[in-house]
Write a protein of this length. Structure first.
Length: 138
């Protein structure tokens, strides 16, 4: 059975062509908007509201993506469904990793001392250096 949504998803490969329809472009950007917004919110929800922390949240979403890949490879899960499911899950995975790396190295008073703490110092100093040297890649 072909639904209007599945037809649009199949036609996303035509998006790079000049004659792609406006409806196809709108569908694509709507899908991107929802995956970004809802995916990041899902990452924060799992990590913070369910109190599993950013590290375990990262592992959880990585495991889900791995399960989708395995289902596609071993159980022949539809390629388009597999792609979009994994694509949507990259957003909460990225949010969990970003939140994890932004945490202070030393826990605050009253925080769980056994929690995974990170802070690689890759914030504004490193990114400023990289962007100030953009002529190296030009």
């Amino acid at each position: 059975m072909t639904t209007p949504s599945s037809t649009r998803v199949h036609r996303l490969s035509e998006l790079h062509r000049r004659d792609a329809t406006a409806n196809l472009r709108e569908f694509y950007w709507l899908a991107i908007l929802f995956t970004f917004a809802l995916g990041i919110a899902a990452g924060d929800l799992i990590a913070e509201e369910y109190s599993i922390g950013y590290f375990r949240s990262m592992l959880f979403f990585a495991a889900l993506i791995t399960a989708i890949a395995a289902a596609h490879l071993k159980l022949r899960l539809n390629a388009i469904l597999s792609f979009w499911a994994a694509y949507v899950l990259t957003r909460p995975l990225g949010a969990s990793i970003g939140d994890l790396l932004s945490q202070p190295r030393h826990p605050a008073a009253g925080a769980d001392p056994t929690g995974f703490q990170a802070d690689f110092g890759l914030g504004t100093t490193v990114s400023s250096f990289i962007f100030s040297r953009q002529h190296l890649w030009s």
